[in-house]
Ligand binder design. Structure first.
Ligand code: NAD
Length: 480
């Protein structure tokens, strides 16, 4: 079994408790790695190392030198992409095909924000008082806690630490206890890049233990959290005690809205990738299909036919299209929601159980599942399942589509499928969500802001504006 250490203050260390926990391979259901169980003591060590680096070597570097380190990290990630991809497949069950594509794209987060590091400019105000020179400076917040979930550890980490480091902060990362290995492999690459000791630290451990110690720590200035809305709320409350700055990227129940004039084949592909990619374990999953009633049967039949061809199995096999569910509790939760949907009176027209195919034996699989006869009041339409489960809700008018789309506690994303551009523009204006896709779904970029309305979060990641999430604005008056 592989044994990992944590990366604290520029050194590989064991947990001070001496304890580790097992990380499981979702395809075999067997443990494959031992992850240190970091506690409040380790968190304290990491936060102090970060605070020291922030006061010392990191703050003395020019913005250009910081940027160059990030560019170097980007290059090294290209060189180490295979190890990182394979670790994620093993630890999370992500498809190798998806991870290879992700690892080709992910270094761009570090090169984009590396390029931005020395382009942060303040302003000079034409002050209305005589004898004063007045200007602003953008300064790093200080020590940033980056708390990440299990569903896409390396990508979601990049969303946080690339802009945080470019802005001049030091970082303590706490990955999910279910998928810590890829972040520790990433730290090995980071070590090669030559960041000063303490600038980036990784403490592994449980959310309620290491995670909670991080949000409570008085030397942490900002918490950037991605995870469930309930834990996000807890992190927000805990951070409030020490008035930390907080960004939250939380859950979703995103509507994918198909009008009868949509191109059927395009809509089928968009709905399928919207909800079934990554076995539905995606915050932006288009898990509510709202379909114009006159197109309902045609679209459902096409979706069922399409999904019956899809191959489930070993995520390390390049031919596999749907992999396992990353964690045992998540597997259980998805199956529970399928029972709830049936009990609520929804009709299961595809899947709805653990697959029997031999290549799925021993793994945590759930068949791609489609429910029709769903109303937006049902729990299956209101709560985040985070699995390969699509609920289909018909609508009659554009007005009704908007009403159902917005009748959710969440507001992360939405899709609109229509050939009528005037209608698309009206829908974009009226949908309360951080991202709206028209005749496409899932597109993202390091330069495009991403984040949620309502219970889907606070703040934005990616793009130039996300640097502001990691900076304070200082105003200076000088008597002349
Ligand atoms: P989770 O909330 O269980 O855990 C997320 C992280 O928070 C983990 O590292 C965990 O250890 C830590 N944590 C848990 N309790 C904590 C506490 N009290 N204090 C500090 N840290 C704590 O989420 P998950 O199950 O790992 O991830 C799935 C969720 O993440 C889904 O709801 C999904 O929608 C959401 N998500 C959102 C986005 C987005 O960008 N909006 C992206 C991916 C995932």
């Amino acid at each position: 079994m592989k044994q990992y250490d944590m990366w604290i203050g520029g050194q590989w260390v064991e947990a001070s408790s001496g304890e580790s926990f097992e990380s499981f391979d979702p395809y075999t259901g067997k443990p494959w790695a031992l992850i240190p169980r970091g506690t409040a003591e380790d968190v304290d060590r990491a936060v102090r190392a970060a605070a020291e680096a922030f006061q010392g070597p990191w703050s003395r570097l020019t913005a250009s030198a910081r940027g160059e380190l990030l560019l170097r990290l980007g290059e090294l990630l290209v060189q180490h992409q295979d190890t990182l991809a394979e670790t994620e497949v093993r630890d999370n069950g992500k498809l190798i095909a998806e991870m290879k594509a992700q690892m080709r794209y992910l270094p761009k987060w570090y090169t984009y924000f590396g390029g931005l590091a020395d382009k942060i400019e303040g302003s000079v105000m034409p002050i209305d008082k005589p004898g004063l020179f007045n200007y602003t400076r953008h300064e790093p917040v200080g020590v940033v806690a980056a708390i990440t979930p299990w569903n896409s550890p390396l990508m979601l980490l990049a969303y946080k630490i690339a802009p945080a480091l470019a802005a001049g902060n030091c970082v303590v990362i706490k990955p999910s206890e279910y998928t810590s290995a890829s972040t520790l492999e990433f730290a090995k690459v980071l070590e090669l890049a030559g960041f000063p000791a303490g600038v980036v630290n990784v403490v592994t451990g449980l959310g309620a233990e290491a995670g909670a110690a991080l949000t409570a720590h008085p030397l942490v200035d900002k918490v950037s959290f991605t995870g469930s809305d309930l834990n996000g709320q807890k992190v927000y409350e805990d951070s409030a005690r020490t008035l930390k700055r907080v960004s939250l990227e939380l859950g979703g129940k995103s509507p994918n809205i198909v009008f009868a004039d949509a191109v059927l084949e395009d809509a089928v592909k968009g709905v399928v990738s919207g909800v079934f990619a990554a076995s539905g374990q995606s915050c932006l999953a288009g898990s509510r299909l709202l379909v114009e009633a006159s197109m309902h049967d045609r679209l459902v039949d096409a979706l069922v036919a399409f999904m019956k061809q899809v191959r489930l199995g070993d995520p390390s096999d390049a031919a596999t299209q749907i992999g396992p569910i990353a964690t045992p509790p998540q597997h259980r939760k998805i199956l529970d929601y399928i029972d709830i949907a049936r009990a609520e009176g929804a009709t299961c027209v595809l899947g709805g159980k653990v697959p029997e195919a031999p290549q799925c034996t021993g793994g945590q699989f759930v068949e791609p599942t489609i429910f029709t006869g769903v109303t937006n009041r049902m729990r299956i339409a209101r709560e985040e399942v985070f699995g390969p489960v699509l609920t289909v809700i018909p609508f009659e008018t554009e007005e009704e589509a908007v009403e159902i789309a917005n009748d959710t506690p969440y507001g992360l994303a939405a899709g609109v499928w229509t050939q009528n551009m005037a209608r698309a523009i009206r829908m974009v204006e009226r949908i309360r969500a951080g991202t709206v896709w028209v005749n496409t779904y899932r597109a993202n970029s390091f330069m495009s802001p991403f984040g949620g309305y309502k219970r889907s979060g606070l703040g934005r990641e990616n793009g130039i504006a996300s640097m502001r999430e990691f900076m304070e604005l200082k105003t200076v008056f000088i008597s002349t």
